[in-house]
Design a protein around this ligand. Structure first.
Ligand SMILES: NC(=O)C1=CN([C@@H]2O[C@H](COP(=O)(O)OP(=O)(O)OC[C@H]3O[C@@H](n4cnc5c(N)ncnc54)[C@H](OP(=O)(O)O)[C@@H]3O)[C@@H](O)[C@H]2O)C=CC1
Ligand SMILES: O=C1O[C@H](COP(=O)(O)O)[C@@H](O)[C@H](O)[C@H]1O
Length: 508
């Protein structure tokens, strides 16, 4: 596919425009791109949904989540809304699509467009993906008169079989190069940084293997429960919600071999290769939990949601042990862990390195590279140094790249902004390819079947607002993670009067 960029006079249509995702993510992202000058003012934006809304109701709804810190942004917001209009119609009848096509053609004619560029964003539940994709292709695709892109949102299926069925239903209608499957974690700046961090630094590149790394962890923590989404979540659980997709995507980039270039297919080829090298997940190598009321009783238990079965075994916390059977990773324990209703909101990657020989030291801490994806993006490497001054002790300190300290006045796009920009640039690197999807579902489906079978373990209860199930520390230790004792590491400043020396002080 040619790398055509959609620049001037692009028509963007957001389906499900009355919905939550459109309101909270898609339109704020389009506005963010416009505000920062990455979306041309010649763009035309349509919202399409069943709800009967006037243009002004529609505009009020979609602008509710725009970030408008100053007057200039408010002015930009008004200008942006002038580009938007709304079409209300059912998804399964031709009429609305014909009306949409007429409106797009009117816009293109008024701009004397020679080659149509049309981007369709499906902020819709998967139950209508196929019907909308089919009707769009039939009625609104420009065919020989231009180019079209279609963006779909997760979930891409519920298990391997349904994911395959979805792929097969879309494949005859939309070419793979026209289709963009969004996993918004691939749009996060720190995730986009992983390729550079890994392959652009020889000191990391050369150590990035089983000879030097003793364990890998990717953790996702949210400080809120399923508030208001219990019914949706009960059928999904945390594994489908964020692990099979977001965390696994991060893990593949972290573990794949060096792609020959930044080209989307080179990157995705490597991702698929490493996914194929994963050992089947072991049903017994997991820790599952479900949150109960907070200790002070102010926050509800998962099953307090009226839409949830009171005996639900739905997993709101999971830690899963993974192994990759290839030359680079064989034997390195990897843990993916994710949970709702925890003590904090944080997504981070921890790469712990092997211990240096104790020899000249009594005991010395391990190096650990921490990549904090959110909030407050940071990369820090914990390392040992001599305590400054007359002391001969060693101390655990860090090389710290905290973005907010290092980079001033940078525009850090939201994940959705970054991904929509990629679609406009026809760049598939940060989107999920169909074969990648299949391998990831093949990996997770047996585990999900087990967790939804009669033999499923009862999830360990953990209080809302806690760190998660009590057995977490033991689970992490079993997977090679070595905890520092609390008095070894001081953050953010090491104070001489309160010196914390490493028990690994040299034997002198
Ligand atoms: N640039 C920056 O902003 C930097 C910040 N720091 C800060 O310094 C502090 C210490 O850093 P660091 O040592 O890296 O990280 P943490 O104190 O966050 O802990 C290290 C790891 O151990 C886990 N853990 C700790 N206790 C338990 C437990 N009882 N059960 C299960 N897991 C546990 C944590 O999991 P879990 O995440 O689930 O708690 C985390 O994965 C942090 O607040 C960190 O943010 C340090 C360096 C740079
Ligand atoms: O896809 C999802 O992701 C969000 C977390 O996204 P983040 O960008 O805020 O980290 C999660 O809350 C939601 O349950 C899930 O469906």
């Amino acid at each position: 596919m040619s790398k055509v960029e959609f620049k001037e006079n692009t028509a963007i249509v957001v389906f499900g425009a009355s919905g939550d995702l459109a309101k909270k993510k898609t339109f704020p992202a389009l506005f963010g791109l416009y505000r920062e000058g990455f979306l041309s003012p010649t763009t035309k934006i349509f919202g399409f949904a069943r709800s009967k809304l006037s243009d002004s109701q529609f505009k009020e709804r979609i602008s509710g989540y725009f970030k408008l810190p100053n007057e200039a942004d408010k002015e930009k917001c008004s200008k942006f809304l002038e580009l938007c209009s709304y079409v209300s119609a059912p998804y399964d009848k031709d009429d609305g699509y014909i009306e949409l096509r007429n409106q797009i053609e009117k816009f293109e004619t008024s701009r004397n467009v020679k080659e149509s560029h049309r981007l369709f964003y499906l902020a819709l539940p998967p139950s209508v993906f196929t019907v909308v994709a089919t009707n769009l292709k039939k009625n609104v695709h420009p065919e020989s008169k231009g180019l079209a892109r279609i963006v779909i949102e997760k979930p891409f299926g519920h298990d391997l079989e349904s994911a395959k069925a979805l792929t097969q239903s879309l494949a005859p209608i939309w070419k793979e190069e026209e289709l963009f499957r969004i996993d918004h974690y691939l749009g996060k700046d720190m995730v986009k940084n992983l390729l550079v961090l890994r392959f652009g630094n020889e000191f990391l590149n050369s150590q990035w293997n089983k000879d030097h790394i003793s364990s890998v962890q990717i953790s996702f923590k949210e400080p809120f429960g399923t508030e208001g989404r219990g019914q949706y979540f009960d059928d999904i659980g945390i594994i489908r919600d964020v692990m099979q997709n977001h965390l696994l995507q991060v893990l593949t980039i972290l573990t794949m071999e060096r792609p020959v270039s930044f080209d989307a297919e080179d990157i995705r080829d490597e991702k698929v290769k490493v996914l194929k090298a994963f050992k089947p997940l072991n049903n017994q190598d997991i820790l599952v939990g479900q949150y109960t009321k907070s200790e002070d009783g102010s926050k509800p238990a998962y099953v307090d949601d009226e839409t949830v079965n009171p005996n639900s075994k739905c997993v709101t916390y999971a830690a899963i042990g993974c192994e990759i059977e290839n030359e680079r990773w064989s034997g390195v324990p990897i843990v993916l862990r994710a949970g709702k209703a925890l003590n904090e909101g944080k997504v981070e990657i921890r790469i712990q390195f092997k211990a240096v020989p104790s020899g000249m030291f009594h005991n010395i801490s391990r190096n650990e590279l921490v990549i904090r994806v959110q909030p407050n993006e940071a990369i820090y490497m914990k390392l040992n140094a001599k305590l400054p001054g007359v002391s001969t002790s060693t101390t655990l300190t860090e090389l710290d790249l905290t973005y907010s300290n290092r980079y001033k006045d940078f525009y850090l796009p939201e994940a959705y902004e970054s991904l929509i920009m990629d679609v406009l640039h026809s760049n598939h690197s940060n989107f999920v390819r169909s074969d990648e999807l299949e391998v990831s579902w093949a990996l997770f489906t047996p585990l999900l079947n087990y967790l939804e079978s009669d033999n499923a373990p009862v999830p360990e209860k953990y209080p809302y607002g806690s760190r998660g199930p009590k057995n977490l520390s033991a689970f992490l230790q079993k997977h090679g993670y070595v905890f520092e004792s609390d008095d070894v590491y001081q953050w953010p400043i090491t104070r001489p009067k309160k010196v914390l020396t490493n028990p690994g002080s040299p034997k002198i």
